[in-house]
Design a protein around this ligand. Structure first.
Ligand code: FAD
Length: 403
């Protein structure tokens, strides 16, 4: 049996893939055995799932075989579902086996959070992973096909109702306003019959952006046929739609999608870690308080912004940066060297409003709208592919097509 320390990474999303890549670079094969566990044999681009859900991207562009990026000769790849972490015995319980670790990285991403809204779990779809997003796309197309073939079908069955006007909800609406006219043409349905509705409880959608950018986004989406209802609470979700506002009005739809909240993977809570608002607050070196060898990164973690005394928002940008610090700190532990503190470098935020429109706030607060913002979004997406798999992956999966 090998006496090398076992470094186990759970989850092959942005955080897990980049940690594994960096560990391969940081450590020689003699220094440690690296094991990557993921539910599937593919990695998917979580930040592109709204496109998958709307059907505006080829599903194969969104996912990448893990073994195309990470050599199975160098890293043990295990395709299985993590059920629980047995902290006391340094053991990971998988659906089909168990794994002992010396160092553990938990990067299992997010799950939807419905905040206890009655009926949401039962009746809504979620943009949660590759499969759940595919399901939305198929369901929307099914509603159109059904309407086309059934003379008694109700017009409301064509409506798409999206709960939550944050990043994911609005990016999804941006894709829908482009996709729906194409579906209408395919199924010979009048575009005027299809409602695309976003409902947000807060006074405004996209609270991370300033009011000029939000106003631009709203106008762009409304002009292309989306209805945006702000300051309206969803009281309940039923089979028919959302019940909203003080008068309990029913908004009917054939497709209901909830994008209004996320939390870290439930595996973390189930494993007994202390949770605050669905995530674990980690130390500056990204280890879990009280553990020498256990890191939590990506969407499962709260990493504190010590200057502003609040956690950084969980994003892909942050997850990739966590990965670098985490891999360096595992090397430091193995080599008995000092650990580094995580420092977030904010590269800005861009939200797409379809293929050719977007809003963004980048370095030094520079604001971008329209095609320049949409181009910036594609640059960000392509940069990740380049970092992950070099020019070969960029050429295969990149978004560099001209407008
Ligand atoms: P993920 O990338 O979600 O990866 C988690 C991995 O763990 C997956 O491979 C999953 O299959 C695997 N997994 C989960 N559970 C298990 C289990 N039990 N067993 C085994 N494997 C498991 N962020 C930005 O910075 N910029 C953006 O523009 C942006 N846009 C977004 C758009 C959308 C539509 C969405 C949904 C999110 C967006 N985000 C964006 C947020 C970003 O995607 C997340 O913050 C990021 O994916 C977090 O990375 P992660 O590695 O923690 O999790």
């Amino acid at each position: 049996m090998s006496s090398k320390p076992k470094v186990v990474v759970l989850g092959a999303g942005y955080a897990g893939m980049m940690t594994t890549k960096k560990l391969m670079k940081n450590l020689s094969p003699e220094e440690a055995e690296i094991i990557l566990v993921n539910k599937h044999n593919y990695h998917y681009q979580t930040t592109w799932l709204h496109e998958l859900a709307a059907g505006t991207i080829n599903p194969n562009q969104v996912r990448i075989m893990i073994s195309d990026i990470i050599s199975p000769n160098r890293v043990r790849l295990i395709y299985d579902t993590v059920v629980e972490i047995d902290q006391e015995n340094q053991k990971v319980i998988l659906e089909n086996s168990e794994l002992i670790y010396d160092y553990l990285v938990i990067s299992l991403g997010y799950e939807s959070n419905t905040f206890g809204i009655q009926g949401m779990d039962e009746h809504a779809f979620f943009i949660e992973n590759f499969e759940s997003s595919q399901l939305i796309r198929e369901h929307i197309e099914y509603q159109f096909a059904k309407y086309h073939n059934d003379p008694n079908a109700e017009e409301s069955s064509l409506a798409i109702l999206v709960g939550g006007g944050g990043f994911t909800g609005i990016e999804f609406i941006g894709e829908l306003v482009e996709k729906i006219p194409k579906l209408c043409k395919k199924y010979d349905i009048d575009r005027g019959k299809v409602k695309i509705i976003n409902v947000e409880a807060a006074p405004t959608i996209l609270p991370v952006f300033d009011k000029d950018l939000v106003a631009y986004a709203k106008k762009s989406l409304q002009e292309r046929g989306a209805e945006i209802i702000e300051g309206t609470k969803i009281n309940e979700c039923t089979e028919e739609g959302f019940i909203v506002g003080e008068n309990n009005e029913l908004i009917k739809a054939g497709t209901i999608v909830w994008t209004g909240g996320v939390k870290g993977s439930s595996v973390v809570e189930k494993s007994g870690f202390e949770i605050t608002k669905g995530r674990v607050t980690v130390n500056g070196d990204l280890r879990v308080p009280g553990f020498e060898n256990l890191f939590i990164i990506g969407d499962c973690a709260w990493v504190m912004n010590k200057v502003e005394e609040r956690p950084y928002p969980p994003t892909a940008q942050a997850a990739m940066q966590h990965a670098s610090t985490c891999a360096n700190n595992i090397r430091a532990l193995i080599r008995n060297e000092p650990l580094e503190e995580f420092v977030f470098s904010d590269k800005g935020t861009v939200a797409s409003l379809g293929v050719t429109d977007a809003i963004g706030s980048i370095l030094n607060g520079t604001k971008l709208v329209g095609k320049s913002a949409a181009t910036m979004k594609k640059v960000v997406d392509d940069r990740y592919l380049l970092l992950l798999g070099g020019p070969k992956l960029l050429l295969k999966k990149g978004k560099f097509r001209p407008f």
